[in-house]
Design a protein. Structure first.
Lengths: 157, 157
DNA sequence: GCTACCCTACTCGGATATGGAATGTCCGAGTATGCTCGG
DNA sequence: CCGAGCATACTCGGACATTCCATATCCGAGTAGGGTAGC
């Protein structure tokens, strides 16, 4: 899994903490976490395309959550960055055997493919259970200092 | 996820079908599925190192299951080929912030890392529930022709 | 003093390099088989 | 005829290319804000 996922989730949590409607400066955020600014920006673009974030150009511009944090799950972010396709793709090598049995859809009938789909489904469900709002709340409850530090840093010019 | 996983699981199922103690020729198996022989061999080597397969050199050599098929899970194969490390690695970017709070282990306390671990655990448990023996049995029940075709092909010189 | 215009600075957006891992290929090490030669 | 030794063919094992994607970077497009000039 790409590194950008961790960055993106942290960033979304921070955006959940900032007042709604107020964009967060991408470069400033990268500076805060010591991340490559341009690359973080690139990841945000994927999130915009996926409908997780919205972007504001120009001075005082930046990124902000496109939906309420309760309606954004970790799965949304992961899928936006890693792509919608499941990790395991059945190449249907059963279709390569000599004189293959006529079969419309190997991926549907193949038991291996089914096993992989089941596992991926469990994985996605676990990620879909965690919303940005939930993570933000728990984090604030357990590490209240982090929130004020971020907000202070982003507010400071 | 690498392509080799699908090949390896199919191959292990076939090895579960062949008489115990009798090695399966890697090149012949690759020919059957129209796979690059040397590369399939390379994947098998990883499985040998992981203790899933055993190898026999020389004429009439090949690979065979190192344990009874009931004791080999799909997870064993995936971990052998993809590595033991979880897909998500917490880089603890919280430790990069200015004046970070003293914390021994970010990965343990970070909620994002916990979420990812939970999801990966669910994924692994789903894969660990499926044994090679189980897949082999179900496959034989639903597609009995496949088994005889494989065994015939491997038996033929 | 007020308003309309322009100019500048700032930020996102996509096109462009780079590195490392997954993929694919090749030749050497080791072994069982079958043949040969001697007893 | 029988057995030991040897040559051979076959298979695994790891070292060596190649391709592709994640990573990283840069410059152009568009916009908000402020400054300026005219009324």
């Amino acid at each position: 899994m790409g590194r950008g996922v961790e960055w993106a989730v942290h960033s979304c949590v921070n955006m959940a903490w900032t007042p709604p409607g107020e964009p967060v400066n991408s470069a400033r955020l990268a500076e805060f976490y010591k991340l490559p600014a341009a690359y973080l920006n690139k990841q945000f673009q994927s999130l915009v395309r996926a409908g997780v974030l919205e972007s504001v150009s120009g001075p005082h511009g930046g990124f902000l959550l496109a939906r309420r944090p309760e309606n954004i799950t970790v799965l949304d972010i992961v899928l936006a960055l890693e792509g919608q396709d499941p990790a395991f793709r059945c190449e249907a090598i059963l279709g390569n055997v000599p004189e293959p049995v006529r079969q419309e859809n190997f991926a549907r009938t193949c038991l291996i493919s089914q096993t992989m789909r089941q596992a991926e489904l469990a994985w996605r469900q676990a990620l879909a259970r965690q919303s940005i709002a939930g993570i933000a709340d728990s984090m604030e409850r357990r590490f209240p200092a982090d929130k004020v530090k971020v907000l202070d840093y982003l507010a400071a010019e």
